[in-house]
Structure formats: structure tokens, C-alpha cells
Design a protein around this ligand. Structure first.
Ligand code: F6P
Length: 328
């Protein structure tokens, strides 16, 4: 067991996600509840290196649970990847009498936290925040549920115009390495096909499937493409290929982009962030370090950071089958 914790810091790092503010609020209020100090660190590890800290009490986080983005701002720090940068960060933390750090971010941010702990034996705890849901040790990352709802809303709107014009739409959604957003929103949005990095459908099978559905009487179609998919990586080339190889459809592309990262967090993400913040702070107070808090079987549990980083978040194969059946 390390020394007693009297002061904690919290930062948000990497790509932002809805629910990060709710997590900051939860960390700050859990600290206040246990009568320990809390400081917010601006701009992730960049602010840690520069000592860009702000004392936060329970009232300082009022009115943010419903806000997208992160009031602490986020950054991807090159300097923190160097030993020199991490030394500076450690000095800033010890000068400010901070005893532990909560990092809200993705696997890159957790890698930084783990190295930092190994070098300086500084207590760290991770909260998974990314819309991609690509982290092992949690069924849901913060922001995933909100992003799903944002995307489904967009698909519904695109479907209206697709149907009016008898068009085929390719809709690109985020997911650099994983297809969670594509797979879930594809089912919820009634997509004809869903292209994800975990499954290589291939151009020929895609055209074959679209032709089949056209012949079965469908007059418009939606294909959801995860940005990291092999054949969907360049969605405009994909569109041209399909345009050249099938008849009967006018084809369009819509890239949803960063709108998926914004917006008010869903009820689910607000509750999850609140639960994760409590667990992160209380685990540090109990002397735990180097863990990520995550949702497993609807219980908030700890997973060692190295496992969370190295493990792969797998797609649910049942969803693939459901999607196949639904597009009949
Ligand atoms: O937050 C994760 C993610 O949305 C990825 O799906 C995407 O590739 C990436 O962030 C883009 O982030 P940025 O534009 O901030 O580099």
C-alpha cells in the first residue's frame, strides 16, 4: 500500500468524447465527498508537463454533466512520450503535492500513464473515454453510446433523401481500427451492408449483395462504412467502383466525420461516467494503481492497465449474423 492520498489530479487526453465532462465532475465530486483535494489538468499530458493546473471543488463542476467535449481540453502530447517530458510532469505533480492521477482517454493515453507509473511509482487510474469503444476490459467506453445515437439520427435523415431519390448511400462513420460504431448503427439504421475492419467482405461480394437486394425490390439502400475498413478506406473510390459495376442506382457518399464526437452525452454515458469516476477515485484511495475502470456485466470493475492496452476489444459476432438476417 502506498502513502495516503490527499490530493488527486484529473486530465482528459486523446480524442475527446461525450461523457468526459461527466467523468471530470464525478472525479471532482468523489474527491470532495472523501474530503480530499482535486485539481484539473488542462490539455492532457501537455498541461501536466507545463503545470497547467486548476484547483477544483464540488461547485466548480456544476452545469457540465450535460455538455459534450471536455472543459479541461484535450491534446495528444509528443513531449510526454519522451523521458525528459515525463520527468517535467513528475516534478510538476510533486511540486503541487499531488498524490495520484486519473486519466480519462484511450489506449494511447493509458500507455503514457503506465510508463509514467513504472518510471516514478506514481499512482494512476484510467477511465476509458473514446467513441470508438476499442478498449479491452469494458463493454462500453465513454461516448460510444452517444456517438451511436448521433450516427443513427444522421442515418435516419439520409434515409429520407435516399428513399425520395431511389439512391444508394455510402455513409462513413468513425472507427480507425474497429467496427463497433458501424456494426451497431448499421443494424439500428437498417443498413443493407456494413463494412468493418474485422471482416473483409470484398468488392465483388458487396456488389453481388447490393444487386441481389435491388432485384428483391429495394429501391434505395444504405451501406455503413467504418473508416478503417479495407475496401472502404477510400470511400470515394469505393463509390466509383460500385457506380461502374452495378446498374439501377444513383450513388452518393456522406462522411459523418467529427460531428460524431460532439453533442450532449446520452443518459447512459452520463450514468457510466458518474459510476466510473467514483470507482476510479475510491480505488486510488484504497491504494490501487495501474488499473482501468470498466463496465463488465453491468458492474464497474478494474482491469490492469497493461491488459487494457494489449487486449483487443472484439466485435460481437452475433451482431454480424443479426445484420445479415435483417438485410434479407
Ligand atoms: O476518437 C477516435 C477517433 O474518432 C477515430 O475513430 C478517428 O480516426 C480519430 O479519432 C480522428 O481523430 P482526430 O481527428 O482528433 O485525429
Amino acid at each position: 500500500m502506498g502513502k495516503a492520498i490527499k490530493k488527486l489530479a484529473v486530465l482528459t487526453s486523446g480524442g475527446d468524447s461525450p461523457g468526459m465532462n461527466a467523468a471530470i465532475r464525478s472525479v471532482v465530486r468523489t474527491c470532495a465527498y472523501h474530503d480530499i483535494e482535486c485539481v484539473g489538468v488542462y490539455r492532457g499530458y501537455e498541461g501536466l508537463i507545463e503545470g497547467d493546473f486548476k484547483a477544483m471543488d464540488a461547485r466548480s463542476v456544476k452545469g457540465i454533466i450535460n455538455k459534450g467535449g471536455t472543459i479541461l481540453k484535450s491534446a495528444r502530447s509528443k513531449e510526454f512520450r519522451t523521458e525528459e517530458g515525463r520527468k517535467k510532469a513528475f516534478k510538476q505533480l510533486t511540486d503541487a503535492n499531488i498524490d495520484g492521477l486519473v486519466v480519462v482517454g484511450g489506449d494511447g493515453s493509458f500507455t503514457g500513464a503506465l510508463i509514467f507509473n513504472q518510471e516514478f511509482d506514481f499512482p494512476v487510474m484510467g477511465i476509458p473515454g473514446t467513441i470508438d469503444n476499442d478498449i479491452y476490459g469494458t463493454s462500453h467506453t465513454l461516448g460510444f453510446d452517444t456517438a451511436l445515437n448521433t450516427v443513427v439520427d444522421a442515418i435516419d435523415k439520409i434515409r429520407d433523401t435516399a428513399s425520395s431519390h431511389n439512391r444508394l448511400f455510402f455513409i462513413e462513420v468513425m472507427g480507425r481500427d474497429v467496427g463497433h460504431i458501424a456494426l451497431n448503427t448499421g443494424i439500428a439504421g437498417g443498413a443493407e451492408e456494413i463494412l468493418i475492419p474485422e471482416e473483409d467482405l470484398g468488392l465483388d461480394r458487396l456488389v453481388e449483395s447490393l444487386n441481389k437486394s435491388r432485384k428483391s425490390g429495394k429501391t434505395s439502400s444504405i451501406v455503413i462504412v467504418a473508416e478503417g475498413d479495407k475496401i472502404g478506406k477510400n470511400i470515394f473510390e469505393l463509390k466509383d467502383y460500385v457506380d461502374d459495376n452495378m446498374e439501377g442506382y444513383d450513388v452518393r457518399v456522406s462522411v459523418l466525420g467529427h460531428m460524431q464526437r460532439g453533442g450532449a452525452p446520452s443518459c447512459f454515458d452520463r450514468v457510466l461516467a458518474s459510476r466510473m469516476g467514483v470507482k476510479a477515485v475510491e480505488s486510488l484511495l484504497e491504494g490501487e494503481t495501474n488499473y482501468m475502470v470498466g463496465l463488465l456485466n453491468n458492474s464497474v470493475e478494474l482491469t490492469p492497465l497493461d491488459k487494457a492496452i494489449k487486449g483487443k476489444s472484439k466485435i460481437n459476432l452475433e451482431l454480424l449474423r443479426v445484420s445479415d438476417i435483417m438485410s434479407t
